[in-house]
Design a binder for this molecule. Sequence first.
Ligand code: ADP
Length: 374
Amino acid sequence: MVPYPPVEPRLAEIMEAHREEIVDRLAELEWAADPRDPRHLVYDPVLVRPRAALFLESLIAGLGRGDWSIFDAIATTTGEVLRSGQRSVQELNERALSIITILIPLASAAEDRDELLVATFRTMQCLSGGIVAEHHGHLVEELERLNELKSLFMRLTSHELRGPLTVTRGYASLIAGGDFGDIPPAAAGAAGSIVSASETALSLIEGMSEVASLEGEAGVLKVTAVHLRDVVERAVADVLPDAEAKGVSIDRKIADGLLEVDAERCVIAVRNLIGNAIKYGAPAATVHVRAAVDRSHAEIEVEDEGPGIPDADRERIFERYYRTESTRASAIPGSGLGLYIVRRIAQLHGGDVRVAATSAHGSRFTFSIPARDA
Ligand code: ADP
């Protein structure tokens, strides 16, 4: 939306008085830009002068009578020109500003020069502001389009990769477990490495596909009424095989209540937190899950007895792909997307996730969201 200038009848008068001269200069400036530029061909020299005259006529009408359709038209044309790639925003801005160089000497010669100069600058500000606003809108549209494309690409790639990787992991795990007969220890070790590498790749793919769905159009929440207990229990059920494999027990204290949330996504968030507590915690340890809901908020706390998070990493672990230095040095598989997803899900609900700064041994994550969707 173009910010309209105030009515400036004197500026309109001076433009009218010097109509021929201004049109000549406008046409000259347009044509002088760079005649070798192939984009210039669309500016037929025969048309340049009448076009400049028409533009000036509309400007005079706009400034003199408060008929601002010229500014709307300029905004629309600017948008079209930018989208077609015929002119860059700098070029358009230069053209708008060039009018000022024509008007200043004319305004300076008049008796009421101060008011006229102010009016000139104000009008140019409006023209320029309109161009920048259009450009901004154009950039936002372009970024949204690219983001959609990126999300689509991520969804398709992850879908295509998941199948072959699951097969690879499955067979490697059978080979490592001796299901196809005895194999030398070195081969079993290699098969084990294939299992863990495909797990890392699968977790990256799962994460990327979840991020894509949260960032794309599908990022809209599907809110239903659900019990807090169901969300926690479903998340626990998902990670139970990992907990059992590591001898970890999951202790739950749930003060149940009804939520209005995207249940699927909340399960994903809680599952990521409990999954991390198992993954980064010690074997045979206990993971504590506490959940409660009051009239306004639901809070789910996941506490482990693992190594804890260094102070400097407390915020960074929620960034995309970030893993702490000790984790990167370890063989623990992961993508660094889990906590980014948890935070995104919490924020989409109008909540957040934090990690306690006090836990010297172990970590305590708190996922907190409004109980009812506003
Ligand atoms: P991933 O587990 O796939 O690496 P996350 O985004 O879930 O990715 O976690 C980011 C990083 O935060 C992990 O790599 C790890 O360094 C650290 N982290 C997360 N949860 C814990 C935890 N419970 N205990 C210790 N470190 C953790």
